[in-house]
Every structure is written in structure tokens, then in C-alpha cells.
Design a protein around this ligand. Sequence first.
Ligand SMILES: Cc1cc2nc3c(=O)[nH]c(=O)nc-3n(C[C@H](O)[C@H](O)[C@H](O)COP(=O)(O)O)c2cc1C
Length: 182
Amino acid sequence: MKALIIYWSGTGNTEKVAETIRRVLEKKGIKITVKKIEEAKGEELYDYDLVFLGSPSHMWLPAQPVIEFVKEKMREYGKRGFIKPCSPKIHGKNAVVFCTYSGPHTGIDEAIPAVKFMRQFFEHLGFNVKAEWYVVGEFHGNELYSTKGKLGDIRGRPNSQDLAKIENDTARLLSRLTRGPF
Ligand SMILES: Cc1cc2nc3c(=O)[nH]c(=O)nc-3n(C[C@H](O)[C@H](O)[C@H](O)COP(=O)(O)O)c2cc1C
């Protein structure tokens, strides 16, 4: 199996999740490429069996570089005829989308549109979206939102417990996929 992780991270939270996923994949002996989104423009997503895309929530949506990446790839794959009516699923092409968020006002609802946006991208490409991962992250530089928001005191998150859950979810996903057929 060939896997790719693409992410954008402004203050390091999403990067911690991406690195955790990378560690598990490496431990399982899977060939893994990790790219910050700025370096991922030339990636052929269909070359991979499993693609991860991660972003923080910025005003309920993915961060701007992630939105731009998705738009650019949609244009490219549209021109190449990959975006088909009814988005038929392609056997063996799998994706996972993940988002870190602080939820200061309405909690997880602030991450859901960001995750669904990324999910739609893969579904339009015909990928099978196997999971959506939501991870709480400290709002760096904003103490009020990191201590008095809807999710309470979120300083230091994602913490070791949050990352252990990602580790576990990644391992479970891999055993589901490799038990195959995927
Ligand atoms: C410009 C900006 C806008 C943000 N907007 C939201 C938001 O709408 N909802 C939310 O839950 N968190 C929001 N956050 C918090 C981040 O999503 C959260 O801290 C995330 O874990 C940061 O990830 P990163 O360190 O990978 O950049 C925002 C942060 C920034 C800097």
C-alpha cells in the first residue's frame, strides 16, 4: 500500500496529528509520503491507495491554502475528465480527512464544515472516505478562547491522549484496509 499525508498547519497542532499518523504508518511498514500543502501541488493523488488531508478549522472551513489546493486540484482533475456525474467510487482509492479545531463558540460544529469540505473533495474524485477525525487543539495566541470557550481549558491540546487516540484510529483503519479487499 502507498500512502500520502497532505496537511497545512499554522501553529503546529495539525502537524502533530500528521506526524502521529506518519509514525503509525511507518511502524506498519507502509510506504508513506508526507507533504505540507504548499509542496503538494504536483502530487498525483491517484498514485496512492490511501490519502490523508488535514487542516485546522479557520472560520469553520479549512485554512485558505487547503481551500486553494482543493480548488486547484478540482480544476486539474476536471480538465482531465476525472470528475464524473454521480462520482462513482474507485475501488482501492481511500481517503481520510482530519481537522484540528478549538471550538471556542460552538464546539465541534466549528470543525464539521471544514471536514465536510475536504470530504467532498475526495468524494468528487471517486475516493472512498474511510474516516473523519476531529481533534481539539489549543488556540495558540488566544488565552480566552483556549480557557473559556465551549470546550473549556484546551491548553496543551492535542495532548498525548488525543494523539494516542489518533494512533489507535490509524492502526484500526490500517487493519480494516489491509484485511482487504479495499
Ligand atoms: C485565523 C484563525 C481562525 C480560526 N477559526 C477557528 C474557527 O472558526 N473554529 C475553531 O474551532 N477554531 C478556529 N481556530 C483555531 C484553530 O482551528 C485551532 O487552534 C487549530 O488546532 C490550529 O491548528 P494549527 O496549529 O495546525 O494551525 C482559528 C485559528 C486561527 C488562527
